[in-house]
Design a protein around this ligand. Sequence first.
Ligand SMILES: NC(=O)c1ccc[n+]([C@@H]2O[C@H](COP(=O)([O-])OP(=O)(O)OC[C@H]3O[C@@H](n4cnc5c(N)ncnc54)[C@H](O)[C@@H]3O)[C@@H](O)[C@H]2O)c1
Length: 259
Amino acid sequence: MSRFDGKVALITGAASAVEGELMGFGGRAAWRMLREGGSVVIADIADERGEKSVAQMRDAGLDAAYLHLDVTSEGDWSAAVNATVSQFGRLDILINVPGTSDRDSIINTDADTWQTVMDVSSRGMFLGSKTVAPTMQKSGGGAIVNVASMAARYGGQYGAAYSSSRAAIVAFGGSAAVQFAPMGIRVNSVLPGWTHTPFTDALFNDSDASQTRINRTPLKRWGEPEEIAAGILFLCSDDASFITGTELVIDGGVTAALQ
Ligand SMILES: NC(=O)c1ccc[n+]([C@@H]2O[C@H](COP(=O)([O-])OP(=O)(O)OC[C@H]3O[C@@H](n4cnc5c(N)ncnc54)[C@H](O)[C@@H]3O)[C@@H](O)[C@H]2O)c1
């Protein structure tokens, strides 16, 4: 008996799951959930990469599908949930991974950039939770894990929209946990630290920027996407059956050192 036998998961922002290439959190979580007995729908806007990932999973005999889903689109969410249920018959788990970042100071950031960053994080998470919850309830309950960031916990010289949007994910998780508890749905957030994925590849390969991050991390290294996926899957599993409305920080000690 595996942890996710019979479970169906929708994982957004998981297109980077091609074996032999750099994977993201969602990609790693997808492979691991499939190998632990689950069925997985990968949803993203990076369609070519997502299709390639799913082709590899199916070649490996695993039960995966790919869907185009822009998390800011309410219509895309409805279509994705309907397609998941018509193919797999149920929906037990939602893992929300997408994010985008602003790379300048508050003064130099325009309102459109601010809105895009907020929309991908907070509008996406809101629409996703709202759309999946009734279907999860019909499946007997479930688990939602939203990927935020340790950046929800501190300020910096750039990325004010990013930090704000990530803090919104954490705050939303509290309300969703309270409102969805009677539906048998748990909601939690994961706050990763610096981890080598496609999202951070440029920083990782810039030796000064990379070393600065290693110096600020008590464990003195970058995280691996597998280490974030392990936390995400724990929160999705029955091992976390009494955990809801909380945050799991996986950052090698960065935020502990700030306190
Ligand atoms: N890598 C890190 O160090 C780190 C640390 C903390 C938080 N995060 C957060 O983790 C998340 C995942 O990043 P990752 O590191 O796994 O990299 P990743 O590049 O694999 O994941 C991001 C994915 O989101 C998708 N995406 C972007 N906009 C979308 C939209 N509107 N609709 C659907 N999909 C969309 C991208 O196509 C991409 O596949 C991001 O939200 C990032 O903010 C990353």
